[in-house]
Design a protein around this ligand. Structure first.
Ligand code: ADP
Length: 664
């Protein structure tokens, strides 16, 4: 077009000139900022920017849009011709293009149209270049983060993870010092865990009190911040300082995991003097990467600890533990296995489970099918030791996952002691039976005979009665001990007969009345007419005596005991109520266990076997027994016993004994 000089000014989206070039003939000149501003604010270009229209000026001396500079020389300030067009791309103004000729009337409408066509091309080129720059920047951020992610995720060892996060932050942001702090679960304080770079040695271990300082702001808002110059920032305070580091600029981003801020990542003093525009995006990205990785590392750490704990439990268990595969070959064994079997760990590993004990295939299933179904099984067997001897064991087998392998766990308990105790108990039972029960029977029958043969004498009769009552007590105790043993080993109650509950209660009261009278207690019998019950008469008689004796024993002098019963046609429900001290809630179940006495209250010495016997006996009859009590006000023991059905009474067995003679 023959222009002599021209200029192009490029503007950002807000209309601010960001770049410009002037060309004189074939020479390019970078424009100064001030000149740029003047041109687009006040000059011809300014008019074009405002009006978004192109314009042709044939004589600049006659157009006051033309900016005349005071510093312009004479040849420059003379009349010229000019064309000025806006650079419009997709309705966005991206700049202005100006062409000047030193002679007026050098340009015409044709030149203007040509300039407009060039401007159209140029504006698209400018816009594309700008988009390209932006995408280049985004790509740089993305690749920095991707690189960081790859580097950070190569390890889950926690201190290694911290070190990697710090290295990546330092590289991506090009700063002198970086630091990482996490929120302490208990105090909520921020504690610096790791740091890297210039003078970072004193940073780890630093505490910042919950919510304080710039880091506090970041944690509260969940947003990162950049302080380009700490000197000019009023928020920057003593708590934000690091010992030995002169802080000039700092960027802090939250470390986030699952939407929660768990700490901060801090970058101090960019080497170039200022953070570049992407610094926050990169730091925030690193923060969230760090969050996920730190969390994962913590989870792994926890799992590893749990695993370690499991291994310790496995190793230190007082029981022998073996892990086998589904062929039964030992994969792993613990210390106790070595001790008990006499084999070393290596020797055990070559053995099959059935070389160590006789497997009860009927319990485990032929190919361990029972275990495969996740059913556990327990049985007794003998451990075959290396020296050829054998000890009694109890085996618990079940399917487990061991070291990520589907396997069988065998817990083997040495039951030698228990077996010895069992034998001892059997001996004791036999002893009770032969050495106490039989001679006692002789004493009882001798006393009976003496009563019949003796001359009538008050003193002798009373002494005889004392002897009779005492032997009856011993007999009841011995019988109950034998019953406990029998019922516990699963024996059924076979000696059942039908009896009138009223008679049974009357008889029981008669046996305990001397004790109650001795303590000036009243026993109230509120029994009404009830159907016959189907029970082992002697056993249930002892149950009632036990309950009544307890009531007498634990109720203070001059107390009162009340007995009543009702029926639903299937069971008769008895209650024995006293106004004694009652039983604390925590003990209401326990007292039915063997050898249990409620501590600290009663000074009376007992074996704690009475209620255990009562429960076994009542359960043996298909009934229930329980206690209701209000501490301080008394206790009520309830028990249910089956009503004798027509069918059963028909085939009634006659029982010989005290109760059957006249009471039925
Ligand atoms: P023992 O009477 O030999 O101690 P028991 O099994 O008969 O054993 O009773 C267990 C415990 O239950 C007693 O020691 C006592 O603490 C508590 N107990 C039983 N009956 C009563 C009752 N009627 N009132 C208060 N406490 C009772």
């Amino acid at each position: 077009m023959g222009g002599e000089r021209g200029s192009i000014v490029v503007m950002d989206d807000l209309g601010k000139p960001v770049d410009a070039t002037i060309v004189f003939g074939t020479q390019f000149h970078d424009h100064t900022t001030q000149q740029l501003r003047d041109t687009v604010e006040r000059g011809l270009a300014g008019w074009v920017v405002q009006n978004r229209k192109s314009t042709l000026v044939t004589d600049t001396s006659k157009d006051n849009r033309w900016l005349r500079r005071t510093d312009d020389s004479a040849d420059k300030s003379g009349a010229k011709s000019a064309i000025c067009v806006p650079l419009l791309a997709r309705d966005r103004l991206v700049g202005v293009l100006t062409l000047v000729h030193s002679i007026p009337n050098s340009f015409n409408e044709e030149h203007l149209a040509l300039m407009q066509a060039i401007a159209d091309q140029a504006s698209v080129a400018v816009l594309n270049a700008r988009l390209y720059t932006e995408s280049q920047r985004t790509a740089r951020v993305m690749s920095a983060l991707a690189e960081a992610a790859a580097a950070i995720n190569t390890s889950l060892e926690i201190t290694d993870v911290w070190r990697r996060i710090l290295n990546q932050t330092m590289q991506a942001l090009q700063v002198e010092t970086v630091a990482l702090a996490l929120i302490d679960h208990d105090s909520n304080d921020l504690i610096f865990q790791a740091a890297a770079g210039h003078n970072s040695g004193s940073i780890p271990g630093r505490h910042i009190h919950n919510g304080h300082g710039l880091t506090g702001q970041v944690i509260t808002n969940g947003l990162g911040l950049i302080v380009p110059s700490v000197k000019q920032d009023s928020h920057y305070s003593e708590v934000d300082k690091f010992e030995g580091i002169e802080m000039r600029a700092v960027a802090i981003a939250p470390i986030q995991s699952q939407g929660k801020v768990i700490g901060v990542l801090e970058a101090v003093n960019p080497i170039s003097g200022a953070f570049d525009p992407d610094a926050m995006v990169v730091l925030a990205g690193l923060g969230s990467l760090a969050g996920t990785t730190i969390q994962n590392a913590e989870y792994l750490n926890r799992i590893q600890k749990a695993h370690q704990r499991y291994l310790e439990l496995f190793e230190d268990s007082v029981d022998m533990i073996l892990i086998t595969d589904w062929e039964g070959t030992v994969l792993e064994s613990n210390r106790q296995a070595v001790l008990l079997s006499g084999y070393s760990k290596e020797e055990l590993r070559a053995l099959s489970i059935d070389q160590l004990h006789e497997v009860k295939w009927n319990r485990t299933g032929l190919n361990f099918e029972t275990l495969r179904r996740y059913d556990e099984c327990t049985y007794e067997s003998g451990l075959l030791k290396k020296d050829g001897s054998s000890i009694p064991i109890e085996v618990h087998a079940r399917r487990v996952e061991f070291e990520e392998t589907d396997s069988i766990q065998w817990i083997v308990q040495d039951v030698t002691e228990r077996k010895e105790l069992d034998a001892l108990r059997d001996d004791m039972i036999a002893m009770i039976y032969h050495d106490i029960r039989s001679p006692l029977g002789n004493v009882v029958s001798s006393l009976e005979m003496m009563g019949e043969l003796m001359p009538v004498d008050e003193t002798l009769t009373s002494m005889l009665n004392i002897a009779r009552n005492s032997t009856a007590r011993i007999q009841r105790l011995v019988n109950s001990l034998l019953d406990i043993n029998r019922l516990e080993s699963g024996h059924q109650i076979i000696d059942q007969n039908s009896i009138d509950p009223q008679a049974l209660i009357r008889e029981s009261i008669r046996d305990v009345i001397p004790a109650a009278t001795g303590r000036q207690q009243i026993i109230e019998n509120n029994m009404t007419v009830l159907p016959l019950i189907w029970v082992d008469v002697d056993m249930i008689h002892r149950v009632f005596i036990n309950l009544l004796e307890n009531a007498i024993k634990f109720t203070p002098v001059a107390g009162r005991i009340r007995i009543s019963a009702q029926t639903d046609g299937v069971f008769v429900k008895f209650s024995i109520n006293d106004n004694g001290p009652g039983i604390p809630p925590a003990d209401r179940e326990r007292i039915f266990d063997k050898f249990i006495r409620v501590r600290g209250r009663d000074r009376t010495v007992g074996l704690g076997l009475g209620l255990a016997f009562c429960r076994l006996a009542v359960h043996g009859h298909g009934g229930e027994i329980w206690v209701e009590s209000e501490p301080g006000k008394g206790s009520t023991f309830w028990l249910t016993l089956p009503v004798a059905q027509k069918k059963t009474t028909g085939q009634l067995k006659r029982k010989t004994g005290r109760l059957t003679m006249n009471e039925r």
